[in-house]
Design a protein around this ligand. Sequence first.
Ligand SMILES: [Fe+2]
Length: 226
Amino acid sequence: MKLGVTGDIHSPLYFNLFSESLKKISCPDIMLLCGDIVKSNMHWEYKKVVDEIKNKGVNYIYSCFGNTEYDNSRGLYKKIDGVLFVDDELVNVEIENKRICLIGTRGALNKPTAWQMKNRKGIKRDYGDRIKKIEHLFEKASKTKYDYKILFMHYSPTYKTLKGEDEGRYDEMGCPDFEGVIKKFMPDVVFHAHSHYGTKYAEVYGTPVYNVSLPLNKEIKIIDLE
Ligand SMILES: [Fe+2]
């Protein structure tokens, strides 16, 4: 079971880098997009990215929202053909007799940005609620037998993969409260983006966490689950 995972394409900014990387890899079974696929809510760019992946022959494309896909345009993104947005949701995928649990979320920030504090009333509470919701989804997943459980998100679930960024900004790039969720439910793998200058890989209580940000990795991350 091969996964292709990326984020922070900020299309059109890194579209060519993305496209060139896609040409170099063999076709993955599933493509996961970890948010910030377009620059500043340029939603028409999203279709361009998805079409490129579809043309590669990928049948299963899933995405969470990043902060550059604005909340008030969610409806527009969800209408794009060929990609399913997993937004604080759990999706069951079955490929080649393997059952996969995919949980997707934008994630949370330990400290909302100044802009969010000013423009998003109740954002701190919303972040707390979101973590509880993801925990609840994992609880639900634990009642079913899966071959793989995957958490993919935009903001980082740990500070470990932010190493390389300005330390003073860690709490505006992720929320380590997710580490508790990872510890409790032990997904097989966790992916996130948002951190262009962080660290590509870390382990959280033994769970592999990949920062798949395209500007950091310079390529689409390929993970073989078998
Ligand atoms: Fe971001």
